[in-house]
Structure formats: C-alpha cells, structure tokens
Design a protein around this ligand. Structure first.
Ligand code: G4P
Length: 534
C-alpha cells in the first residue's frame, strides 16, 4: 500500500494516529449499518445488531430520544471513539435527515475527513450532494464507500462518472467489484493486489482475502468464474486507462476521492475502507482561530464546542458540551480558560464516548472529542484554552427558514417556557426570538420536523405541553452595523424587530422585498442570513 503523505510531520505519535471523521449519506444508503461494522471491527461492540436490533425500528445505541425511536431517524450527533490497528478513530455521527442540516454542518467543523456512503443502485442522491457541498466548503478529504453491491446495482463506470460529474471531484477506484447483484463475488483490491471474496453464508464474517501477483496471476481463475474474470480484466484495464491513479496528496486536499465497493450488511469491503481511512485519511489538522491558528502539535490544550446536548438523561438534567480538541494533551482535572467569559473552568468529569457507554476521560489528545458536563456555561462556538485568549472561527449559525410562534399549552406555565426555549436555543436546536412588540416567542428552525422534536422534548423534559402556531413572519436576518445606526433602525421598524437568544438584533419579515429594500435604503447596515457562533 502506498504511504500517505503527511501535511503535519511534527505530530506526536499519539496525535498522528488519530483519525476524526464523520459519515455522510442520503438516508437509507447504509450509514447505520456501516457504523455498526466499524464499531464491531474497532472492538467497541461484540456482535452486529447491538447498534440496531434487527427488526426493531431503526435505532443506534447513541439514540436516546423517544422521538428518534418513533421516527427512526437520528436527530442528534454523537461521537464514538475506538481503536483500529494502530489508529484511534473518532467517528462523529451526523444526523441524516435534511431537516437537521445545521447541526450536521457544525458537526462537520469538528472532523478532519468524511466518509461518503452511496447506494450502488441509486448513486448520488439529493442529501449526498448537499452534504458533499458542505464538506467542499471546508476542503474536507472524502473517502467514498459504494454500498449494497450484493444487490442489483448500477454499472461501475456509470457510478464513478456520476460522482465525478455531479460532485466535480476526481474519483479513483480503490477496489473494483466483480459481478453484481446475485452474481456479486467480491472485489479486486486495486491498491494491494488482492482478491477479496465475500462470504454470503455469514454476514459477520470478514471476506476471504487472497494475495495475487497482478491480474495475470493464474490464481484468479481458480476463484473467479470465466465470464466474470473476462469482464473484470477488461474493466480494470479500462479503469486504469481512463481514471486517475490514486494521488494521496490530492485526496488530502479534497480534490480526489478514492472509492471502495462493498456491502456493509455482509461486512464486505468495510475493513479495506477502514484501512483506507488510516492510510489516506488526514491526521488532526490545523484549526482556524483568531488571532492565530491552532496547530495540533502545540503542547497546550485548546478545544472548541461544536455541539451541546441537554438532558441526555432526563432524570439527571445534565448538559454535555461536545468539545473537539484542537491541540495538546488533555488530562482530567485540568483547569481551562473559558475564553468567552474569561473564567477558568476545572474540567473534572470529562467523558469519552464509546459506542455503548460514556466513560470518564482520563486523558485525550488533539483530534479527540470529549464531553464536558456543565450547567449551561458552555455554548456552541466557545473556545477553551490553557490561558491564551484564542477564539476558534468558522462555526456558523444559519438564519432559520421556518418561523412559528410558540405558546404554552397551560398559560400558568408560560414562565417555564422561557427557560426551556432558551435552553434549546443554547443547544443549537432552534433559534428563539423575542419580538420587541408583543408577548411570547418566535421560534425559528431550518426544517419543519424540528418543531415536532422541540414540542416533544419540551413536554418530555419540562412537562410542558406547547403549541406552535403560524407566525406573521417567514424570514429573519441579523442586523449588523454601528450601534447607533442599528438602534435608529430598530426604533423605526419596531414591529419587525426582535432579539435572538444571544441578545443580537434581528429583523423579521414575510417579504424578500422588505429585505431588499432595507439593503437598498440602509447602506450603513447589513442584513445577514448567517452569523458566527461566539
Ligand atoms: P441509513 O443509516 O443510511 O439510513 O441506512 P441503514 O444502515 O439503516 O440501512 C438502510 C437499509 O439498507 C437497511 O434495511 C439495511 O439493512 C440495508 N442495508 C445496509 N447495507 C446493506 C447492504 O450492504 N446490502 C443490502 N442488501 N442492504 C443493506 P432495512 O430493511 O431498512 O432495515 P433492516 O430491517 O434490514 O434492519
């Protein structure tokens, strides 16, 4: 196997062995199944089916909300750490449903690479494309797994062409499928000159791997029936002529994706993919921050919060901030500076997320994700350091696309609603706007399903039934400008104005025309659909 180049040659070995990545896919392509197999080979679970009991509604062990169980979707991102060979993998789970794209986006700020899973029969689907675009914004390296090759699937060249064309990225085959559907036999490993044969009898058995000396090795004919062998030889020859060869540097830069073919449910192709992540996936990378970037090899610890999850266990009312370590060697009990509040924070109970359980983290390194239980001090976008006032940048907040008025079902409990909504806002589950005129709150989300999730969580976690009613507004924009200018604008447009959960000024309307008009008439102000979390 080729050795991957490193763009971080000075990393201490503990950091250099870390691979922090997310899996992106269109729902149903096989992300859960693949995650389960990763955990199985990483020794994090003992047998397949532990992540999602077969026959039951779709659910992983990281799912904990009733809503998720009912809907069979993974609403919240969680992190899982496990060793694979000499590597430490940190797999960050992303919600697959398009309604949760903001959460997904933030999750992708915490990883160094993404695994793109596509269904061999369906190719690039809408959600694949959307998520891919997000990865591209950050030039994230992407490794591709073409799943479900045990079923009727599309022609291999066609799949590769589609990825190249729709996603504008070079694709290089790391393996080549032999036969398809019921005839699917396995793959020719283009990187290691091996024949990998799938075992159909036992879904959890790893494929038989046969070393061969190139494509004219007579051993091939012993294992591959003539008609499939002929096709394989022809296709591999064509592939080598027509498709680019693996260029590890180009993979690291996000210009090329190697593709493995396999069948997650049959445990086929998964190990090769994992080896690929180890070899071609990047080590922890430099983190953008102000006033300077943070390099992973720096001895001092720095990290940032990319997700906050409250009430993971409704009985305990806990709140966990997911922190990606950007540099250094973290040890339990460390005192870190919470840069936003300028206050020190003793991190005495950090947790590492293993597949099945949370475990106390005695230590962690750059690249790792730790959970820090807290009482609301930690918010998305916050930076923690050993003293230097650094601020990690690039964690966005999007203007919600749907706005609704939230009312307490029981007016006597309206006061508690305030607290519940603020908590979800801090968690990043919704935007909460307090209009300047009138009472109540306007809640903004990116996808309609989030209203249902919120309603069910507010009821479950606060015992507070709520209703979401249509709002007169459909768009919200943050207003930026000099304080006096913003103030004057606010006074003139009171009925459109609100503040968000951070106290920032927001302009709300139902007409794009209004937004255009403000832009035209108020050159001293900018209305923006994103703001950076800080
Ligand atoms: P997702 O998380 O991306 O949404 O996908 P998930 O892993 O849940 O897989 C979606 C469906 O595809 C599941 O079937 C799963 O068993 C099936 N699947 C995953 N990998 C493969 C594969 O390599 N080959 C084939 N043929 N099927 C695969 P389901 O019927 O929805 O659920 P279940 O009853 O099998 O659990």
């Amino acid at each position: 196997m080729l050795d991957a180049p490193t763009n971080r040659p000075d990393l201490p070995p503990e950091i250099a062995r870390r691979r922090t990545f997310a899996i992106i896919s269109h729902p149903d392509a096989g992300k859960t199944t693949l995650t389960e197999k990763f955990l199985l080979y990483g020794g994090a679970i003992q047998m397949a089916g532990q992540v999602r009991a077969k026959g039951e509604a779709r659910r992983t062990r990281s799912d904990f909300m009733q809503m998720e169980k009912d809907r069979g979707i993974s609403v919240s991102a969680s992190a899982m750490s496990f060793d694979y060979g000499k590597y430490r993998f940190n797999l960050v789970d992303t919600p697959g449903h398009s309604d949760f794209s903001e959460d997904t986006y933030r999750t992708l700020t915490a990883v160094d690479a993404a695994i793109m899973v596509i269904d061999g029969a369906k190719g690039v689907e809408s959600q694949t494309q959307k998520l891919f675009e997000v990865c591209r914004l950050r030039d994230l390296p992407i490794l591709t797994f073409c799943n479900k090759m045990d079923r009727e699937s599309r022609d291999t060249f066609e799949i590769i062409d589609e990825i190249q064309e729709m996603l504008a990225i070079d694709v290089t085959p790391a393996s080549w499928p032999i036969g398809q559907g019921r005839d699917f036999l396995g793959c020719y490993d283009m990187l290691n000159n091996r024949l990998e044969l799938m075992d159909r009898a036992d879904r959890n058995r790893v494929a038989e791997s046969i070393r061969i000396e190139g494509l004219d090795d007579p051993k091939l004919a012993q294992h591959v029936p003539e008609h499939l062998l002929e096709k394989l030889l022809e296709e591999v020859e064509m592939a080598r002529e027509l498709l680019p060869a693996l260029d590890p540097q180009s993979v690291l830069e996000g210009h090329m994706t190697p593709i493995w073919f396999g069948s997650a449910i049959n445990s086929f192709g998964v190990k090769e993919l994992m080896d690929g992540i180890g070899t071609y996936g990047p080590e922890p990378q430099v983190q953008a921050a102000e006033p300077r970037k943070i390099a992973p090899e720096e001895p001092k610890v720095a990290g940032f919060v990319f997700k906050v999850q409250a009430n993971m266990d409704p009985k305990h009312r806990d709140r966990v901030a997911f922190v990606r370590l950007a540099s250094g060697h973290f040890q339990r009990g460390m005192k870190l500076l919470h840069v936003r509040s300028k206050k020190p924070m003793a991190v005495s109970n950090p947790v590492l997320f293993l597949a099945a359980d949370r475990e106390l983290a005695e230590e962690a390194w750059a690249g790792d994700i730790i959970g820090i239980p807290n009482h609301g001090q930690l918010r998305i976008g916050d930076t923690l350091t050993e003293g230097e006032p650094l601020r990690v940048t690039g964690i966005p907040s999007f203007a919600p696309e749907l706005l609704k008025v939230c009312r307490a079902g029981d007016p006597m409990k309206a006061k508690h609603l305030d607290k519940a909504l603020m908590q979800f806002a801090e968690e990043g589950a919704a935007k909460v706007f307090k209009p300047l005129m009138g009472a109540g709150f306007i809640v903004g989300v990116v996808g309609a399903l989030q209203f249902e999730v919120l309603a069910s969580r507010i009821e479950l976690e606060y015992g507070l039934p709520v209703r979401f009613e249509p709002s007169q507004f459909t768009s919200a924009r943050w207003v930026h400008g000099d304080k006096p200018a913003v103030e004057a604008f606010t006074q003139k447009n009171k009925q459109h104005m609100a503040t968000d959960n951070d106290g920032d000024v927001v302009y709300m309307t139902r007409l794009q025309w209004d937004i255009d008009r403000v832009a035209r008439d108020h050159p001293e102000l900018t209305l923006s659909a994103t703001k950076e979390m800080q």
